[in-house]
Structures are given as structure tokens and as C-alpha cells.
Design a protein around this ligand. Structure first.
Ligand SMILES: [Fe+2]
Ligand SMILES: [Fe+2]
Length: 242
């Protein structure tokens, strides 16, 4: 297990800037799922507010842990901008009222369960799925944006898992797990075996609902997809680091 100091210092190495992506084609049968995955951007600022409420409580963290929490909270604002720019680049994108409903259900639970556990569940159980979908079912722009967001989220999940475990609230709320599963079921409902294009058959709804998938499962596709040579990718779709 990494200390809060290690997580904070890892994080400082990877500052990135949201890009203004340009659209590159996405398989028509996957566009609805991609739009839904992007629509979950609405919950980025909810997570920031869960971290804000958690920070007002007594948390079992050291001084680095507090700095990490503040930095993670700031990341959510960057994610909101990056995913909003991505949404604006997709010609088929429209906001989804279902996501607003899911958002208010998570916000309601954050008043009744520890907000750090609600943030952790959303990040590890919903955002990881959205970002995985953007990486393996999308285009170069969705992959690059998702890679940057995902790197931050991995640190957020490590932070929030450690705090939730120290507080004894890790995996302690069945209603939260039910909501998470319902959210992923809605997100992936178009990915049924008879609707998903054959080339993507592995990534049907049961894959995303299994909860057992890991980076390893997506390794080949992601390696192929993310690490294209820079000359193969429009400059506007390339990640920006500083
Ligand atoms: Fe985020
Ligand atoms: Fe996060």
C-alpha cells in the first residue's frame, strides 16, 4: 500500500491540460454507449463536492493525505472541463436526463453514507467503466482524454480506498452497490450480444457488469489504441502535459 505522500508525489508528475478534440469516426452501433459514457461527466463535480464534505469531517489522514484530498478535488474540475470539451466534439452527443437522475441518487446517498465511500464507489465502479468504454469502443480522441482522466482516477481510488478502509466504511453500503450496478446496467444496455458489432463482441454488457475486468483484459486493444505514433494523430487530439 502506498502512503499518502507517495500518492501525492506520483500525482505531481502528471499534470495535464484538457484538449479541444476534433471528431474522428466512431462505429455507429457504439455511438449511443459512447454518448452515455461521456454524459457521466455530470458526476465529476458531484465527486468534488463529496470530497469537500468529507474534508470537513475528522479523517484518519496525515498532512499529505489532506493535500492529496485537495488536489484530487481540483482534478475533478479539470475532468469536468476535459469531458465537456470531448462532449462538444461528438456530433451525436446530447445530455442524458437519466444521468441527472442517477446523479441525484448518488448525491442523496452521500448524505446518508460516508461521502468518501460514495466517491470511491462512483470512481472505481462507474467512472472506470465509462473510461474503459471510451478507451476500447471509441476513437483516438476519446481514448486520449480517457487515458488522462483514468490516470488521475487511479490515484483518487487508491486514496479513497485507504481512507474508507481506515474508517471501516469500505464496501459497507448495499444500497450504494445496488445504485452503482443499476448505473452500469443503464450505461451498457445497448451492448447486448445481438447488437454489439462482432469486432467488439468481447466488450458486451456482461463484461462491464462482471466487475472482474481489469486493465489486463483491455491491454492489447489499449496498447494498440493509445500508443499511436504522434504523426498518426491529429495534433488537436494529442494529450498536453506540463
Ligand atoms: Fe474525475
Ligand atoms: Fe476522481
Amino acid at each position: 500500500m502506498q502512503t499518502y505522500q507517495q500518492l501525492l508525489e506520483t500525482k505531481l508528475k502528471t499534470r495535464w491540460e484538457p484538449i479541444d478534440p476534433i471528431y474522428t469516426p466512431i462505429h455507429p452501433a457504439l455511438q449511443e454507449t459512447i454518448a452515455r459514457a461521456v454524459a457521466f461527466k455530470e458526476l465529476e463535480l458531484s465527486v468534488a463536492s463529496f470530497l469537500e464534505s468529507a474534508s470537513k469531517r475528522d479523517l484518519p489522514v496525515d498532512e499529505y493525505g489532506w493535500k492529496l484530498m485537495a488536489s484530487n478535488q481540483h482534478d475533478e474540475e479539470v475532468h469536468d472541463i476535459a469531458l465537456s470539451k470531448l462532449a462538444a466534439s461528438l456530433p451525436f452527443y446530447t445530455d442524458r436526463p437519466e444521468v441527472l437522475q442517477i446523479k441525484s441518487q448518488f448525491e442523496d446517498l452521500a448524505n446518508r453514507c460516508h461521502p468518501i465511500e460514495v466517491a470511491r464507489t462512483l470512481e472505481s465502479g462507474v467512472f472506470f467503466v465509462c473510461l474503459g468504454i471510451l478507451r476500447v469502443l471509441g476513437s483516438v480522441a476519446t481514448r486520449n482524454v480517457a487515458s488522462d482522466v483514468l490516470r488521475d482516477e487511479a490515484i483518487h481510488v487508491a486514496t479513497n480506498t485507504q481512507i474508507a478502509k481506515s474508517l471501516g466504511v469500505y464496501n459497507q453500503y448495499p444500497q450504494l452497490e445496488r445504485l452503482r450496478r443499476d448505473a452500469v446496467a443503464w450505461l451498457t444496455e445497448e451492448l447486448l450480444p445481438d447488437r454489439i458489432p462482432a469486432a467488439y463482441a468481447k466488450y458486451d454488457q456482461s463484461f462491464w457488469l462482471s466487475k472482474n475486468f481489469s486493465g489486463k483484459d483491455m491491454e492489447n486493444e489499449v496498447t494498440k489504441a493509445t500508443y499511436m505514433a504522434f504523426f498518426e494523430v491529429d495534433r488537436r487530439n494529442q494529450p498536453v502535459y506540463n
